[in-house]
Ligand binder design. Sequence first.
Ligand SMILES: C[S@@+](CC[C@H](N)C(=O)[O-])C[C@H]1O[C@@H](n2cnc3c(N)ncnc32)[C@H](O)[C@@H]1O
Length: 442
Amino acid sequence: MSAPSAAAAGGDGQAYGLCWPGKAAARAAAAVPPRAALRLRPGGPAPVFPGGHTILVGDNLEALKLLLPDCRGAVRLCYIDPPYNGGTDHLYPDRFRARRTSGSTGRHGPWLDLLLPRLLLARELLREDGVLFASIGDEELAHLRLLGEEVFGERNFVGCVARVTKRTSNKGIHFAPSKDYLLAFARDKRRLPPFHEVVGPDYADRFRGSDPRGRFATVALYQQALDPRPNQRYWIRCPDGSFCIPPGETLPDPVEDGVPVAPRSPRDRVWRWSHASYRQRRELLVFKATKTSPLRTPDGGRSAWNVYTKYYLDDRLARGLRPRDFLDGLTNDQGTAELKALGLDDRFPFAKPTGLVRRLLHWIADPDALVLGVFAGSGTTGHAVLAQNAADGGRRRFLLVQSPEPTGADDFPTIAELTIERVRRAAAQFAGPSDLAVCDVE
Ligand SMILES: C[S@@+](CC[C@H](N)C(=O)[O-])C[C@H]1O[C@@H](n2cnc3c(N)ncnc32)[C@H](O)[C@@H]1O
């Protein structure tokens, strides 16, 4: 297993990097051959790796090792949603403490012991253009970022997205926590295609103008916040023959269309475009008559015009929209409601909304993606894959791993049984898949 190392000792003997007692053992755990085997549950279809929908019931460290021979380099998207180490156990342990056997101290070491070998193995399962997304809270954000950079290499860090998790909250002493994060790491960022944001049905609404080239929107050519630049201050001739320029202390002479004048004072404002762009792209200008123009005339008065530039809907769509690194509208209460809608109310705390995982699927824009969910919980990742396939006709497949954590409930005695049932109920809604394979990792 090869992975770039972040820790190196300096001349003074100090090392830079993420260190904790037990780290070497945690790294070595990834290389130990699997102790378990996959055992197919009677009566169900056999797994088709890497082609079929499969749920693996067991410790994900063993499961990832068992997937390696068939699925190495096959996963396009890996979503991990580990315990956040928030300090309060839910249905599953979420309060990590030093374990005498590992030698780790504090609350972060044991959590890192869990994550390091699993990240190393998940990386091996990713395709060259694959990406891993990890949900995480404030408690372990810093550690997971450093750990991820160590496993994937700093250059393969793709981004950190903040997600609003709840609309209202008044808990907490100084802040009322209401967000978590998604960290993204690429197997090889140079091979990871740009992400594509979902284009909502109302996106086109803002393109109100129309000309023979298509629908367009406009944006002002003068923006107050622009810093003065030498080639971006010049006069523009308006439709009535008058001239206008962004506000400033010096009004250049002579008054000629598109001839650059260096700003002389920091208060001499500028256009968004250089004079060269202005000359080449004049056909994109739109002049609007207004009484409140910020622009000036040669005698220092207020211009009767403001100047805008067009941008076209088709160009934007062809280029694709980049997702912002901030997610709103995908709160945890949606995850809770989705479980309720499947008749599984109060069975799993803080399930992620399927919309979150579907957003990731949109970003990678691959209808044939093999999707790996390493800490499956209530099975949100499987549900999201099925929903997205139903919505766009995709052929994505999922591999989910969930340990058989006891729940104390009679109908679903382990979390893994809940995972399986949730995915089955979700599949029934979309009339598929009959090919769900379930294997125990024993
Ligand atoms: C934060 S929850 C995941 C929630 C999930 N994303 C959802 O929407 O329902 C973390 C899950 O990982 C499981 N888990 C923790 N350690 C594990 C391990 N070593 N192997 C497999 N599953 C594990 C826990 O039982 C829990 O269900």
